[in-house]
Ligand binder design. Structure first.
Ligand code: MG
Length: 170
């Protein structure tokens, strides 16, 4: 058994996407959060599918293993990632941390979004993340918050996500 400091790693991830009216009235993409498409009239401005929850979780995992971040691994000026399903980024991050010998102990994320309500979709989001990473759903936590109508997030002009991931190894 290694000493504790060599056996655990925590990583933090953060993401924000501006929300704009969806086509045909604006440039916003469909609103996808945690792999779940939400019925709403605004959506993210993004090169990929703009899934802020999956981007933050991807970065938390990569950060915990001291790997390059999502912007370095999947540059947003690379045409190969245009409209890309962010589950691909998350899967790649999971594969990379496992290749270094880490086990994903748990993930916790806070999604800050004024509308629509996340609570009816949280179970599906947890299942999606757990499924992509091939871990038990009990290892994935998601909390939804509003921004109390203040600032850009509170005015519905952005979605913001904070996430942490804990990695362990024997
Ligand atoms: Mg992003």
């Amino acid at each position: 058994m290694r000493n504790l400091a060599e056996s655990v790693r925590i990583g933090h991830g953060y993401d924000l996407h501006r929300l704009e009216p969806q086509a045909p009235s604006g440039p916003g993409r469909p609103l996808v959060v945690g792999g779940v498409r939400l019925d709403f009239d605004r959506g993210p401005i993004a090169h990929s599918d703009g899934d802020a929850l999956l981007h933050a979780v991807t970065d938390a995992l990569l950060a915990a293993a001291s790997l390059p971040d999502i912007g370095q691994l999947f540059p947003d000026n690379d045409p190969r990632h245009e409209s890309q399903d962010s589950r691909d980024f998350l899967r790649e991050a999971g594969d990379r941390v496992r290749a270094l010998g880490w086990t994903i102990a748990n993930i916790d994320a806070t999604v800050i979004l004024e509308k629509p309500k996340l609570s009816p979709h949280k179970a599906a989001m947890r299942s999606c993340i757990a499924g992509v990473l091939d871990i038990d759903v009990s290892r994935v936590g998601i909390k939804g918050k509003t921004h109390e109508k203040v600032d850009a997030v509170g005015e519905g002009r952005a979605i913001e996500v904070h996430a942490v991931a804990l990695l362990v190894r024997d």
